[in-house]
Design a protein around this ligand. Structure first.
Ligand code: ADP
Ligand code: GLC
Length: 494
């Protein structure tokens, strides 16, 4: 049985700031169902309660003198929480303090996670009695793992294969070059073919340089990041690694995001019977103080409020949308400037607009169900999960044609693929293009038969992990075969 150590910095439902957590909460489970012996390693930020966990063993982090502990879930023993309270059990998010500033010791915090992953990878954690064939690392917080394992090879040790998944190239884990020495990393590797990125020491660069295989979370983003427009300065490196870079689209947790059984919804519905969706809309309107009208076109948005997500474009067009009588609900948090403007708009139009600056899982489900259409005008979007939740909930997404949005949403007017039309897509990440798309959407909303047909197609799509988990499974074997210099194939039944 193939053994995989899956390492990441957040995992739903225990810790979550974005889609990475959703991937962590779903993909390993499906890989397990496919027959992979997968263990997940992530920091313990205080949830779940310790009394719901089982102590496994201690791990001494090489060089630092830190004594960490591994704890596992009783019902899911394959999830390993790395406990080191001084680093991870703090008020704030996994990456930032309560004021929204990055923790100043993020290099040491995540280096510690990476070092422990390597101890497990090298079979040096005796309490576990387990060693992986492949380490699957995710985003910059785990970028040192492939590098540290490369260092192991350099001293003649055997090591597992490494696969590094880019969830967002914009976050690069950049630190001062002087951060390498306290982490006991050789200064000789600080160069443009090593860990150096425009004068900084970068965890992301280390992952991209030293991993055996790279993936990202949609086929379109895999192409985009090899261009200067999307490569964030790493396009050159990614071009040289293109033979070992592919895009595998994320799936969704179809049990957690199911309008037919979602515990956060006031009513349930399905493709065959959407009556409950109207109830979700009216309850959403009343609970947020909006004018209760089933005929009004209601737009939802759930997002980190940052430039990536096109929040500024939404702000540009809001006055006109509200003037036309539409309703808009925004749930999110991020840049204070955007937060303030969205709150001001809601205060000016209380019967039409609601802004909630919060991270609210229940409300996010209710918005997905209660809105008619979903705004996601991201400038770039490696995959994006909210547009897929929207599709599943019959809430038609309005998206910019980029990354995973381009790979999952087909424009209502795309006559070449009539059976796939499921939303609204615009080409230029500019306010007027978004504006035009929203007006097109509203016009179709006024034609109930056409709208309902699009909802049918949206809800009928397969957004599950099955296909993509198989693609990872296949890739694990390919990487192992490449390292072994042979051609081992996965078992035929897969
Ligand atoms: P990203 O990871 O770039 O933020 P994704 O679309 O991949 O974007 O995933 C975002 C995830 O975080 C989704 O599950 C979304 O519902 C959730 N989310 C984002 N903001 C909030 C919020 N304010 N409250 C609740 N959930 C949120
Ligand atoms: C990142 C990306 C998002 C993607 C998520 C999970 O946060 O911004 O597009 O869906 O990771 O892969």
């Amino acid at each position: 049985m193939l053994r995989t150590l899956f390492v990441l910095s957040e995992m739903a439902p225990y810790s979550k700031t974005g889609g990475l957590a959703d991937v962590g909460g779903a993909l390993p489970l499906v890989l397990g169902q496919l027959g992979v012996d997968v263990r997940v390693l992530l920091p313990y930020y205080g949830r779940p309660a310790l009394h719901d966990l089982r102590w496994c063993c201690t791990v001494n982090v090489p060089y630092t003198g830190e004594t960490t502990e591994l704890w596992s879930l009783a019902e899911r023993p394959q999830v390993l929480f790395l406990r080191y309270p001084a680093y991870y059990e703090r008020d704030g998010s996994p990456y930032q303090d309560a004021q929204g500033e990055d923790w100043s010791d993020n290099d040491r915090r995540f280096a510690s996670l990476n070092r422990v992953a390597v101890e497990i990878a090298q079979g040096r954690v005796s309490g576990l009695n387990w060693r992986p064939d492949i380490v699957h690392a995710n985003d910059w917080q785990t970028g040192l793992i492939p590098y540290l394992l490369d260092l192991e090879s350099r001293i003649g040790a055997t090591r597992p294969a490494t696969l590094f998944t880019i969830h967002n190239l914009a976050y690069q884990g950049r630190f001062a070059p002087s951060a390498m020495a306290p982490l006991h990393l050789p200064a000789a590797d600080f160069h443009w073919l090593g860990t150096e990125l425009y004068g900084a020491f970068s965890f992301m660069k280390a992952g991209l340089t030293y991993s055996d295989q790279l993936t990202t979370v949609s086929p379109t983003y895999a192409q985009e990041i090899q261009t200067s427009a999307f490569g964030m300065g790493l396009e050159g490196l990614l071009q040289t690694r293109s033979a070992h870079l592919s895009g595998i689209l994320n799936g969704i947790d179809a049990i957690h995001w199911n309008p037919g059984a979602d515990p956060y919804l006031p009513a349930h519905y399905s493709l065959q019977d959407r009556l409950g969706k109207a109830q979700c809309k009216s309850q959403l309107q009343s609970s947020l103080g909006l004018y209760p009208d089933p005929e009004v076109f209601l737009l939802g948005m759930i997002s980190r409020l940052v430039e990536q997500k096109g929040t500024d474009m939404v702000l540009d067009i809001l006055p006109d949308l509200l003037r036309r009588g539409m309703q808009v609900v925004v749930l999110g948090s991020g840049d204070k400037f955007y937060e303030r403007q969205l709150l001001e708009m809601a205060a000016a139009y209380p019967a039409q607009m609601a802004t909630r600056i919060a991270f609210d899982e229940g409300l996010s489900h209710h918005i997905e169900a209660g809105a008619d259409a979903f705004l996601m005008p991201s400038r770039f979007e490696p995959c994006g999960l909210n547009q897929m939740y929207s599709l599943r909930y019959g809430t038609l997404p309005i998206v910019h044609r980029t990354g995973g949005l381009a790979d999952t949403v087909t424009d209502a007017d795309d006559f070449r693929h009539p059976s796939q039309c499921n939303g609204f897509v615009f080409d230029n990440p500019q306010s007027d293009a978004l504006h035009h798309a929203v007006l097109r959407a509203e016009a179709l909303f006024r034609q109930p038969a056409l709208w309902s047909h699009l909802q049918d197609q949206a809800m009928a799509g397969d957004y599950s992990w099955q296909h993509s988990a198989r693609a990872y499974f296949q890739l694990y074997y390919e990487v192992l075969a490449r390292r072994a210099g042979g051609h081992s194939a996965p078992p035929a039944r897969h």
